[in-house]
Design a protein around this ligand. Structure first.
Ligand code: FMN
Length: 299
């Protein structure tokens, strides 16, 4: 997820749930071919995160093929082609979900990547533009073009993230294809994902993992108190600094920190401390305050 699933966050998720597979943030295939430093940084991962899937977006076959080779050299476990992003800038450039209005190009991109690499190639898309009427046709075309797996975010382009995901068309797609089909959208508990899986081969959890990497664990392994989460939160902060330096690392960590405390007693009153953390010591001080406040409230 853009802005979230960077190396430190992926490490956090793998620390909590070592058997999961994570993806990079979506990354421009064109940008990768220019070796843009910011994008190379996005593609950094440590051995503890492996296997990691690299997600790329764009609309240029040559860039996709070059990016695929680059991903292979970097040691990624697979390449995922983003054909679902609804961001205005992305759609205007005819990337992401816009490819659902240009099946031929989408299939050529898949074919270019499949030919350029030995890695498994997957496609992540949505139900469709305004409905799921072309989903099976698109899935068959993607399969024929060489996709090894397809994952469907069970919302259309026109549906905001708040609209409930509808998985029915994803099950129908699975019945029509021979490659693995995964579902995604609205899963906030591991058990719910397993139940939604039905005839599918797997599922993805996105937003529910932000501030809650424990979502990848079953109910009986969830942390009981906020104190049980401290070790992971501290590790996240330390890895952010390791990856980006203190200034940038802490700036980026603040949004995660706010999510970690979401829903706990008095969370709003710690907002200012959290939004100003500038070092590991600040993180520890804020965590101490929160834990002490929770202890007081319990008495
Ligand atoms: C902030 C944010 C960033 C996202 N970035 C990406 C991305 O880079 N690539 C992608 O395939 N999907 C991205 N998504 C979509 C999610 O991967 C996922 O498909 C969607 O949120 C539905 O799943 P969920 O309900 O489990 O979050 C993003 C979503 C959000 C909210």
């Amino acid at each position: 997820m853009e802005g979230y699933s960077d190396s430190p966050f992926r490490r956090v998720c793998k620390t909590v749930a070592p058997t999961i597979v994570t993806y990079t943030e979506f990354t421009s295939a064109d940008g990768l071919t220019y070796k843009a430093p910011r994008l190379l940084e996005k593609f950094h991962f440590t051995e503890t995160e492996a296997p990691v899937i690299a997600q790329i977006f764009g609309k240029n076959e040559a860039s996709f093929a070059a990016a695929a080779k680059f991903c292979e050299e970097r040691g990624f476990a697979g390449i995922d082609l983003n054909m679902g992003c609804p961001a205005k800038k992305v759609v205007k450039s005819e990337h992401g979900i816009a490819l659902r209005r240009n099946h031929d190009l989408a299939f050529r991109l898949i074919e270019a990547v499949a030919k350029a690499t030995n890695l498994p190639v997957s496609v992540k898309t949505r139900l469709g533009w305004s409905d799921a009427s072309d989903l099976i046709e698109f899935g068959r075309g993607a399969q024929n073009a060489g996709a090894d797996m397809i994952c469907i975010h069970a919302r259309t382009y026109q549906e905001p993230y708040g609209v409930p995901a509808v998985w029915g068309p994803v099950y129908a797609l699975k019945d029509a294809l021979t490659i693995p089909v995964w579902g995604n959208g609205g899963v906030t508990r591991l058990e719910d994902g397993v139940a939604l899986c039905q005839n599918l081969d797997g599922f993805l959890i996105g937003q529910a993992a932000i501030g809650n990497p424990w979502v990848f664990l079953p109910e009986d392994q969830q942390p009981k108190t906020f104190s049980d989460k401290l070790d992971v939160i501290r590790k996240h902060a330390a890895w952010m600094i390791e990856e980006r330096g203190e200034l940038n690392g802490m700036r980026q960590f603040r949004k995660h920190f706010l999510q970690y405390v979401k829903g706990i007693h008095n969370a709003k009153s710690f907002r200012s401390e959290i939004c100003h953390v500038a070092s590991l010591e600040d993180v520890d001080t804020a965590l101490d305050l929160i834990v002490k406040d929770a202890a007081l409230a319990a008495h």
